[in-house]
Design a protein around this ligand. Structure first.
Ligand code: DC
Length: 211
């Protein structure tokens, strides 16, 4: 069983994907983390995140330890990830790893949940279930502010909102694998739902598919 979860930043993808993986005993892959690792490494190497050649070199040489680097969750890294992810060569370099994970998940799992921007459209077009989750950008910015306040102690709403809108626009407007729902995706707006309600709605979607 392969479940594809796509959507913009802070819509609740990660929480839902993790909970679905636990519920169905599936392996979980946060594909955003892979792009973050590329973006972080480009910055740590002293290069510019808009340098397509540097980004592709880093993506081709990525090793599992890079997914454990410090600073992958910062907004600086998120912006760098968004920039490197628009480079076709970067996406091509990372595609096989994601597809292999979905097709042959780690031992003990009968399938996988992947979350990202192009899982239902490009990485796993034949996924058993595709859910595209969204939420109003103001709601997502507030969630991110709370997360940053809990984690690093401070965050400025106006700045977070601006960063999020910039990232949404870049991820949606890029030529390769833009953020968009697959034609056969179920859409789920989480603006007025908490994590339990999002999980319950997703389980209904998955259950109704089997009827
Ligand atoms: O999900 P996230 O916020 O950790 O993702 C960081 C960036 O990585 C996002 O702005 C765009 C890029 N990304 C992508 O292009 N394709 C994916 N499947 C996942 C993430």
């Amino acid at each position: 069983m392969i479940i594809a979860i796509d959507g913009p930043a802070a819509a609740g993808k990660g929480t839902l994907a993790r909970r679905l993986a636990e519920h169905f005993n599936l392996a979980y892959l946060d594909t955003g983390l892979i792009y973050r690792a590329v973006g972080r490494k480009v910055l740590d190497d002293g290069a510019d995140a808009n340098d397509a050649v540097a980004a592709e070199v880093v993506a081709r040489a990525l090793v599992p330890a890079d997914l454990e680097r410090d600073g992958l969750r910062t907004d600086e890294t998120a912006q760098a990830a968004s920039k490197v992810s628009a480079v076709p060569g970067v996406r091509a370099a990372l595609l096989d790893f994601q597809r292999d994970f979905a097709q042959a998940p780690p031992a003990g799992f009968q399938g996988a949940v992947l979350d990202g921007r192009d899982i239902g459209t490009v990485v796993c077009p034949d996924a058993d279930v595709k859910i595209f989750i969204s939420a109003d950008v103001e709601v997502r910015a507030k969630r991110r502010v709370k997360e940053l306040q809990d984690r690093v102690g401070e965050a400025i709403y106006a700045r977070v909102l601006e960063d999020m809108m910039e990232r949404d626009a870049r991820d949606s407007d890029r030529a390769v694998s833009p953020l968009e729902p697959a034609a056969d995706a179920h859409t789920l707006d989480t603006s007025n739902l908490d994590a339990d309600q999002v999980l319950a709605t997703a389980l209904e979607i998955i259950g109704s598919r089997d009827e």
